[in-house]
Design a protein around this ligand. Structure first.
Ligand code: V47
Ligand code: SF4
Length: 389
């Protein structure tokens, strides 16, 4: 797939947008002001063509997925983020769940003999689950299946654990890394800017704390992801501020793999009055993220949150990764109203989805090592729409 980017730029009527596009084509970094102008004035075809150009310059048609499952230890949480449909306060813990170490280990053992490469562990912040409890869990998972990559815990959980254990971010990360934690997922970032953060998740770790924990992980040679929860009460300038803070840390450490914009879903939470963003706005978000996050190698659309068809569409707007098989092991998005009520895709379905978008399906591990090229796989007879199965 190739776009004549010069024709797209020449056809643009707005000279300021043409200047930004020329910078992107010449591999010059765009400024926060440029990013804001793109959000405010650029149409989807313009940013889409540019994002696709950048994506193909970086990755060609390669589109990554992985084979993974989630463990959500608990949805009991001391915090009360207003966008969260999933958590239950400790006072109402009987309405939620708390898994024991054995139950979590049994989930891992349920994948014995299956070709999964990653477990993603994330949950609420339960006041009784200590760092030692999780370190023990990590050690037991590693003892059972050493090669399984453990991507776990957001700075929200980590900050709480470290403070209770009276450890600094550096000390706490080292301890968990030695216990078996391989990398950090991107959650808990939400919107960094205090004007928004104070309204949607005032009491949990702030921007500086979130960034410090990822920096501590990067210093140990661990990799991590970063998310941004968009499409609610934030303004475009808050999105730029968020991406700028991440871009600066990435300049310093180079430890981030993937940026994952997460579309706000509005069911069963305290922000249900806030409408969800349109598909056009979603695609503009992905495209502008690809243009702004010039030092992030990968841009991921997380299909359980976006829905598989919209995730497929993002592959034309800068995205080169759609996450994994999931195996119906996460509840965060189904509880927030995603169309994916039981998120699970087989490898064949993921391959089909990528091939239908005229891209090249590549199975990766968490750190983007290529595991298998599925370009030649016959997929004509497979339907990716669960309602058709
Ligand atoms: O931080 C919670 C988000 C995140 C809602 O690193 C919501 O590979 C939308 O970060 N609407 C956790 N989003 C999930 C996460 C993640 C997921 C998949 C892959 C990776 C990765 C990371 O979920 C939270 C929050 O931003 N979230 N509620 C909601 N109503
Ligand atoms: Fe707790 Fe995370 Fe939900 Fe916030 S988003 S209430 S920290 S589970």
């Amino acid at each position: 797939m190739s776009t004549n980017i010069q024709q797209v730029i020449a056809a643009e009527q707005n000279p300021a947008l043409r200047t930004i596009a020329e910078k992107i084509v010449n591999k010059q970094r765009i400024t926060p002001e440029d990013g804001l102008l793109l959000f405010e004035q650029a149409g989807l075809p313009f940013v889409g063509a540019l994002a696709n150009f950048v994506r193909e310059r970086l990755h060609g048609d390669t589109t990554y997925f992985n084979r993974n499952f989630h463990i959500e230890p608990t949805n009991v949480c001391v915090f009360a983020c207003s966008f969260c449909s999933y958590s239950r306060l400790y006072a109402h813990r009987e309405e939620g769940w708390e898994l024991t170490t054995d139950q979590m280990l049994n989930i891992v053992k349920g994948y014995d003999g299956k070709p999964v490469t990653e477990v993603h562990i994330v949950g609420g912040v339960h006041p009784k689950l200590t760092m030692e409890f999780f370190a023990d869990l990590l050690r037991k998972i590693k003892a059972h299946r050493p090669e399984l990559h453990i991507k776990g815990f957001t700075p929200v959980e980590l900050d709480y654990m470290f403070r209770k254990a009276k450890l600094t971010a550096d000390e706490g990360m080292k301890y968990l890394h030695e216990a078996g934690l391989d990398s950090l997922p991107g959650g808990g970032a939400e919107i960094f800017h205090p004007e928004v953060r104070e309204k949607i998740c005032a009491d949990k770790v702030d921007a500086a704390g979130w960034l410090a924990i990822h920096e501590a992980a990067h210093k140990l040679g661990m990799h991590s992801n970063a998310t941004m929860l968009y499409g609610h009460i934030e303004e475009f300038r808050h999105r730029i501020d968020h991406m700028e803070r991440l871009r600066q840390l990435q300049d310093k450490t180079g430890g981030f793999n993937t940026f994952i914009p997460l579309k706000f879903r509005n069911k069963e939470n305290d922000m249900s009055n806030v409408p969800e963003s349109s598909v056009i706005e979603d695609m503009r978000m992905y495209a502008i993220a690809r243009l702004y996050m010039d030092n992030f190698p990968h841009l991921k659309a997380y299909w359980p949150m976006l829905g598989r068809h919209n995730a497929q569409l993002t592959l034309s707007f800068g995205v080169n990764d759609i996450d994994g098989t999931i195996d119906d092991s996460t509840k965060i998005y189904s509880m927030a109203g995603s169309e994916e009520q039981n998120p699970a895709m087989t490898t064949a379905q993921l391959v089909t989805l990528i091939k239908q978008a005229k891209r090249k399906p590549i199975e990766r591990d968490t750190l983007y090592k290529v595991l298998h090229d599925y370009s030649e796989m016959e997929v004509d007879k497979i339907d990716v729409d669960p309602s058709m199965n």
